[in-house]
Ligand binder design. Sequence first.
Ligand code: PGA
Length: 255
Amino acid sequence: MSRTMVAGNWKMNTTPTQGTALVREVMEKVGNPPTKVVFGVPAIQLLAVQKLVEGHPNYAVAAQNMHQEQSGAYTGEISAEMLVDAGIEYVILGHSERRDYFAEDDELINRKIIRALEAGLTPIYCCGEKLDIREANNHEVVVGKQVEEALSSLSPEQVAKIVIAYEPVWAIGTGVTASKEQAQAMHDHIRRMISNQFGSEVAANMTILYGGSVKPDNATELFAEPDVDGGLVGGASLKADDFAAIIQAAGSRRS
Ligand code: PGA
């Protein structure tokens, strides 16, 4: 099974009308994609976008968040079961914006991952260090700790169902991308950790995405690295031409 994937994270952008048009445009440009393509859309658009990708097995939809409880008095929240019933396959968890603006930590993210897996969703778990940590050369320790906490108490079978996205916070929305060497080094580090803790087969099959200012002009070289299996793409996923070009770059990485 291919590890390659390109996931778009639209964040709080596009109205339902704009979002539907964007998905149609991407699908028209790309046709049958050479890699798994996931649209991470605002909650209000999940059902409509899911309808558009239905019957196209290489396209899927991700929620950008979900609640850690199954149901109950949590006004404004969305549960894993609701997502699954709506046909949604993926959920982005642990994004740095959720950590920074909504005080999510790895203990909470761990609960969300467990809930998502129990319900049958595939979590796209985001980790990544801030600039001061990178400058202090502490990034492998910090990201390692994030991954360890987020995956704590999970079985190898559960971890095998997770996608990890390494997103250095200093590269998100800044136009500064990690170099291919920096991305590869961290992806290798994460894969080794997974191997040590959950077994070499789980590690070898795991999709590890890079995120942080992925653009058409840097995607090919990033995705050429042996442990960079594709991208989690913010800004460039909002432009059909750019997102289509990034999808093609991921498709050609192991020809
Ligand atoms: P960016 O965002 O591509 O705009 O840097 C990536 C992300 O936040 O997932």
